[in-house]
Design a protein around this ligand. Sequence first.
Ligand SMILES: [Zn+2]
Length: 339
Amino acid sequence: MNKKFFSGFSFVLFVFISTAQQRPLPVIDMHLHCLHADEQGPPPLKIGVPFRDFGVHDPANDYRKAFTNALKTSAWADKFIISPTTDDSLRELTLAQLRKYNVYGVTSGDPELLRVWKKQEPKRIINSLDWNFGLAKKYGLTVDTLEKLFSSGEFKVFGEVTIQYEGFAPSDTAFEPYLALAEKLDIPVGIHVGCGPPGAPYIGAVNYRARLHSPFGLEEALLKHPRLRVYAMHAGWPMIDDMIATMYTHPQLHVDLGVICYMLPKKEFYFYLERLVNAGFGKRIMFGSDNMVWPQSIGEGIETINKATFLTAEQKRDILFNNAARFLRLTEKEIKDMF
Ligand SMILES: [Zn+2]
């Protein structure tokens, strides 16, 4: 036996095995943001992973100050992660998380910034288009413009649709032409249904209302557009009964676990997820980090799913990958390339 060849061969084999071992099974993040470092307020900001509680507010004081203070000092959390202070570090740290956990992210944000991220990680970044009435006005994102953007192939997903912050339910007639377009072009739509920041109407989103957390607001839209692929971002937290009733009634509806998977007190998140799975919807729950300016939230969210003792290994893989791959209609080759 040629000893030199053998040792060379075992070296190659070793490298092959260790490379294969280093790359975890793929994850699809259905809810990733590409933001500027100061888009959630002046950095650095600390977010709870998870929050211990959501504080106590004396209305004699300014809630905006109390909220900002909680993010500056981590007053509501025992464990927290800190946001980077520059756009470059936010991008680099986010892309590093994607590589570390082998994540492919449906990513939305400032289109110019998104192009920079996409150029750096063309396979891991799946372009998605942020939309609400305010953005439409600011950037001229009319139905015609959207038709061009989606038809060009640059944007694969329509979301995050954040009209809840503006006081609109997804079935509002004003949003109707956009849903009609997405149905016509077969573009999946991710709609924010669930939680924004605590106290949202007091920190700028003046039309945000608690009642719009309910996925019941999706019903008429789903019925009017039966071929539309829709997912309720944040899984309609905390409206568990409404969410289950809506998924039961509308078999095409999916959800993502954005922000709730790392930010909510663990007991509450697991209670919510377990109920959705127990109710029979484990094949329609998709992982989402909703990372904004805290890159480590991606890994935190994935680990929270992996540590759920009530989920089988197969259920974890469904949530982290299989359900989204099916929902996005990825081809066999596209799926294979992600491993
Ligand atoms: Zn959201």
